[in-house]
Ligand binder design. Sequence first.
Ligand SMILES: [Zn+2]
Length: 401
Amino acid sequence: VTTVDGPGVTRVLRALHAAGSMSRSELGSTTGLNRSTVASLVNELVQAGIVEEGSGSSGTVGRPSLTVSAVPDSLAVIGWDLRVDSSTAVVEGFGGRILHRWRKEHRRGSTDPYEVAARVVTGSSQIAEELPDHVIVAGIGCAMPGVIDPGGDPPRSTIHRAPSLGWVDVPFGVILGEAMRERFGSHVPVILGNDAKLGAMAEWTRGAGRNSRAMVFISGDVGIGGGVIVEGELLTGASGYAGEIGHMRFDPDGPVCRCGARGCWETAIGINTIVRSAHLDPVTAGLVDVVRAASAGDGVAAQALAEAARAVGQGLASVVNLVNPDTVVLGGHLAELLGNYRHTIIEELRFTLSRDSTMVRLVEPELGPDSIVIGAAELAFDRALSTPARALAEAASLRSE
Ligand SMILES: [Zn+2]
């Protein structure tokens, strides 16, 4: 156990977590700390076993600089992506390496908050059993398909609205925190975040948005979520509702949305709508099945895909007018749609004010299906690294004794 703490330590840890490893001089220029401060902080962190030094080449001319590297299994967090029909988790180590993956499909319908919490507790316990003994977990981040108050104390967060789960004002942070404590007897903090916003953050820092000035991440699933990042700042709005582009009014005469309004964008491009339009069953079929049917000559499936692609482009035109992004990342089933119907989507972007669809880069997530779950892990890491001494004190193996 160490006493490492303070803003300087946090800056060094954040830089190393983002990069994995860097030379002492790069660490100095990234953190703005002087040479001797970096040296003494690095020494403390080496003693604590969180970082190690080696004589790697730093690539710069002159005196070879020691390479400082994060020790991935010295500190870990679990990120969860909780959806209506599946739960995915990753264990992310310090420095960004994924140490372990876990996934479970479950039938749709059971969205009781206590059942969802129990799923996370059981899963966390299974994950802990599969990890090496010495790995300690300093936090748990959960991505939820809902609006979460950004001003609330994170471990006690309440989910205001989660239409796909049917939740209104559910204090899920408290429910899950208590369930974790009951099972493991530890105080590992549980932090909730909106799934699309977390996906946006992960793509911004480790994926397709790394060189972007203004990026929109759109998560495709039963619901459609959005995360907007401009100059590194995530747009949350006054109370967390910013970026809820799935509920843009798309067709005033359209079907009623799960949010209660009529004709929201997600009623036109959500996965269930596309699968149903192709005359398939959303409980058993996904977008892949629709694409397969279409390429086998099923005209109804082909039309469902083409219509959805057009609707994606039409809604995107509004988003592009509003945000002027240089990058739009389409996740989930929208990534598959982009892969097959890019031309149709881009065609609709002619109807933006700039009239220049080449101004915006339409891409699939670089982190693949992991953007959201990695974003959830990063959320937990962000908190842990802000007060590393507390995080190390709270960290636990999460094994039931
Ligand atoms: Zn809606």
